[in-house]
Design a protein around this ligand. Sequence first.
Ligand code: TXA
Ligand code: MG
Length: 348
Amino acid sequence: METEIVKVDKLNPDRNIIERAGRIIRNGGLVAFPTETVYGLGGNGLDDSAADKIFAAKGRPQDNPLILHISSMEELFPLIEFVPPNAEKLMKKFWPGPLTLIFKRSKKISDKITGGLSTVAIRMPNHPVASMLIKESAVPIAAPSANTSGRPSPTEAKHVIEDLSGKIDMIIDGGSTEIGVESTVLDISGEIPTILRPGGITWEDLTTVFPRVDYDQSIIKDNENIVPKSPGQKYKHYAPKAEMIVFTGRTEDIVSKINEYKNMYIAQGKNVGIMATSETEEKYSGKVITVGSRNKKSTIAKNLFKALRDFDNIKVDIILAEGVDTEGIGRAIMNRMKKACGGRIERV
Ligand code: TXA
Ligand code: MG
């Protein structure tokens, strides 16, 4: 299939283009589009054959459910059984935005979307292109991140082209995405709101609304035997082609450990890449990619997936990466890094 690639102005998207994209979705086709977090691969959320196409294009396991994207509150009610009492405040405060909520699903939602679960994930993205596309398609848009399953999520149209060109109908290029890690997935179907995937809205943000917000045990514990409540979290993910080790601890100690490991791997004839921060980049030499600033972790979130893809393009065998503390958006950054390195985190 030929994939049409169209550029739009992020703040003022051309309505004719988005109308055409909406028609593709309504008719069962697939369109990749930017959101404030990462690019999504969109299809009609009420059409099982569109969901099949999404799973096939990504090579995604069928038991990993999809998020339905909406553009206004009225679109929510037909998709869910009821609005739990704690949901209203959340939606008022954080929608549109990088927060996905897990509700009990309505009869309208098929098993294809939810992987057979009795719940459904819903999100209202905060991006002019995404909102216009949802409105124009006039259906809820099922959209996982627009990457091949297991690869880093796409934060630029270029990344989507790398993974999905020839497999989908259209890619809307709206420039690079702002937040860079995916939405926070919050389960509000039980008594205590529980974070199933840390993301753009932080635990600290959520506790301004609720006195108690839990993390799914699989996020905060290292025990491999804990099965995550969010099916997507159990897969190896965000993986660059190279091996990767992440180092945490005091910044000076991280730097000296990375340099020590670098010399060791070079002595073994390996091609080493270093993922640095602007505070430390001068302390390294060789293939160094600066991901962002330790003093402004949102910059690290924004560039993390791109950096992982860039290491693939410069063909390193091993990536030595600086970790960050888990405060605020740091929790989401470390969650993605942990998956990218397959759990190889060294505390120094
Ligand atoms: O920021 C985002 O959320 C992006 C953009 C495109 O909106 N989308 C995204 O979708 O990251 P995806 O499919 O890559 O990740 C969705 C996550 C998966 O971990 C999946 O298992 C989880 O949400 N999920 C979906 N429905 C669920 C449900 N009913 N219960 C628990 N987890 C669910
Ligand atoms: Mg994904």
